[in-house]
Write a protein that binds this ligand. Structure first.
Ligand SMILES: Nc1ncnc2c1ncn2[C@@H]1O[C@H](COP(=O)(O)OP(=O)(O)O)[C@@H](O)[C@H]1O
Ligand SMILES: [Mg+2]
Length: 259
């Protein structure tokens, strides 16, 4: 199993949509962790349209952690997405709940790694990454950190400052996901500006994205859409990137990038 975190600079949206869409097309069972401390439980309100009974999620794990029972409690707070191999660990729902989060990330990472050694992966929705200060230990300890960025100049400029700061905290295993390439800059141009390897590109498609961000109905033939194709290709590229990051560095190793 592997732990993948995805986050962005402020002003660059699309993280939750991308994480959820990737999970729904993932090749193995996968757990999504809602770790954006500012977002509330976006998946409960968006994809599930507030229509499912929330589990205690991260809040329950904060309490369990105080009783040294986080790992035992973890399976019971995961919310399954019907007809899929995806489970969601719902995030906090009020700002006040964020106060106790720091104590949870490290034991949660350990518990996630022990969750299932038969191949369950973890996708962490880290939301907006902090502009200053330390990264959350779950993001710092993930096998791969994907920086999601749009392709227009204000977003690229903000993400560039964030990427430079991240390079000190996480010198390896960081890759770029471009959400909406060629609007106007291409993946290669964005990757060059950020000095990051381009791992994936997600096509810009508001209707397809709304299925994940707002629980909208999929369009006819959504299965064959460019958006869905880009999600599948990016999922494969992310897994290959993680594999390559796990292998010891070799001068002959080259990771297939996207253009
Ligand atoms: N690839 C995409 N194409 C078009 N719209 C998108 C795409 N990804 C996300 N969006 C839209 O952008 C908005 C913010 O998306 P969201 O995933 O909630 O961002 P974040 O989690 O980064 O705040 C939503 O309305 C969503 O439908
Ligand atoms: Mg979000």
């Amino acid at each position: 199993m592997a732990v993948f975190a995805c986050g962005s600079a402020s002003s660059s949206p699309g993280v939750t949509t991308t994480v959820l869409a990737l999970a729904c097309e993932w090749s193995r069972p996968v757990v999504i962790v809602e770790a954006d401390p500012t977002a509330g439980s976006a998946i409960l309100a968006g994809f599930f349209r507030g229509a499912v009974e929330p589990t205690g999620g991260l809040v329950e794990l904060m309490v369990a952690q105080r009783q040294d029972q986080l790992a035992d409690r973890l399976p019971s707070v995961l919310l399954p997405i019907p007809d899929s191999p995806v489970k969601v660990l719902p995030g906090i729902q009020t700002r006040a709940q964020g106060a106790g989060l720091e104590s949870v990330w490290s034991p949660l990472l350990t518990a996630l790694r022990d969750l299932d050694d038969t191949g369950t992966d973890v996708l962490v929705d880290a939301g907006r990454l902090p502009w200053t200060g330390a990264l959350n230990p779950l993001v710092l300890g993930a096998d791969v950190l994907l920086l999601a960025a749009g392709s227009h100049l204000p977003v690229v400029a903000k993400t560039r400052a964030l990427a430079a700061d991240l390079a000190d905290q996480r010198p390896s295993g960081v890759g770029l996901l471009v959400i909406g390439p060629n609007r106007p800059y291409g993946v290669g141009e964005v990757a060059k500006a950020l000095s990051l390897p381009a791992v994936g590109r997600i096509e810009w498609d508001p209707r397809a994205a709304a299925v994940y961000s707002q629980g909208g109905a999929p369009a006819r033939h959504a299965e064959r859409s460019a958006f869905r194709g880009s999600i599948r290709a990016t999922g494969e590229a992310i897994r290959a990137f993680a594999e390559a990051a796990r292998r010891p560095a070799s001068p002959f190793l080259s990771i297939g990038g996207v253009r």
